[in-house]
Design a protein around this ligand. Structure first.
Ligand code: SAH
Ligand code: DHB
Ligand code: MG
Length: 221
């Protein structure tokens, strides 16, 4: 199956199942105009995040890795009334574009964007007693996956759902000796989830507009 086919199928999924959301489309356009890398979740993946938020009735969501806030807006769309997304971003330009995307999407009051290295912001969140979060989406610098997972455990409760993006990487996750820090980060996520008794998880391989990749999903016991 070609990449062209799976992209066309993603378009079909969107056309068949999604209501129009011009602010989400505008966020992608703004990201492109502002030179952000096109590594946002796909629309189908964003909708899945939104559904996971709804399914869990989540009121407190934590995202590590905002970029232009495309995934943030999807999750904000799924929040219960008075729910919030805290999202962590290190790049000031990404954060600025995200803030303007949140305004356009009318979710600024539901989003708390924290600028700075995520490991620092996570320390602050723990010291503020900001948890427990109902859903945590990890999608930043991949080598830090095990660090983010271990902070996620500290900010979780029994029943918290943790989603970790980009853990398949064209199947390279199979390769023990890739020498690629992103692949090693993906493998480290598997080791962490597999080795943590309080986590029960799986991973789903995906194709579509973003090629062949996948995400891990786990629940805290
Ligand atoms: N979740 C976004 C995509 C995130 S891309 C979406 O799907 O729309 C990864 C983001 O993580 C980038 O914006 C990058 O700047 C940010 N990032 C990388 N290292 C980081 C760090 N140490 N702390 C916080 N953010 C980081
Ligand atoms: C990359 C990062 C992402 O979060 C993503 O979804 C796809 C690719 C990357 O750094 O290559
Ligand atoms: Mg990602």
């Amino acid at each position: 199956m070609s990449a062209r086919t799976s992209t066309a199928v993603d378009d079909y999924i969107v056309a068949s199942l999604f209501e129009a959301d011009p602010a989400l489309d505008a966020a992608l356009a703004a990201n492109r105009e502002q030179g952000l890398p096109a590594i946002d979740v796909s629309p189908a993946q964003g909708k899945l995040l939104s559904l996971l938020v709804r399914i869990g009735g989540a009121k407190k969501v934590l995202e590590i890795g905002t970029l232009g806030g495309y995934s943030t807006i999807w999750m904000a769309r799924g929040l219960a009334a008075d729910g919030k997304v805290v999202t962590l971003e290190v790049d000031p330009h990404h954060a600025e574009v995200a803030r303007s995307n949140f305004e356009r999407a009318a979710v600024s009051d539901k989003v708390d964007l924290r600028l700075g290295p995520a490991l620092q912001s996570l320390t602050v969140l723990v010291s503020e007693n900001a948890g427990p979060f109902d859903l945590i989406f990890i999608d930043a610098d991949k080598p830090n996956n095990p660090n983010y997972l271990s902070w996620a455990m500290r900010l979780a409760r029994s029943g918290t759902v943790i989603v970790c993006d980009n853990v398949i990487r064209d199947g390279a996750v199979m390769n023990k000796d890739s020498g690629d820090a992103n692949v090693e980060g993906a493998r480290a996520a598997f080791s962490f989830i597999g080795g943590e008794k309080r986590l029960d998880g799986t991973a789903i391989q995906t194709v579509g507009a973003k090629g062949y990749d996948g995400f891990a999903i786990a629940i805290v016991d």
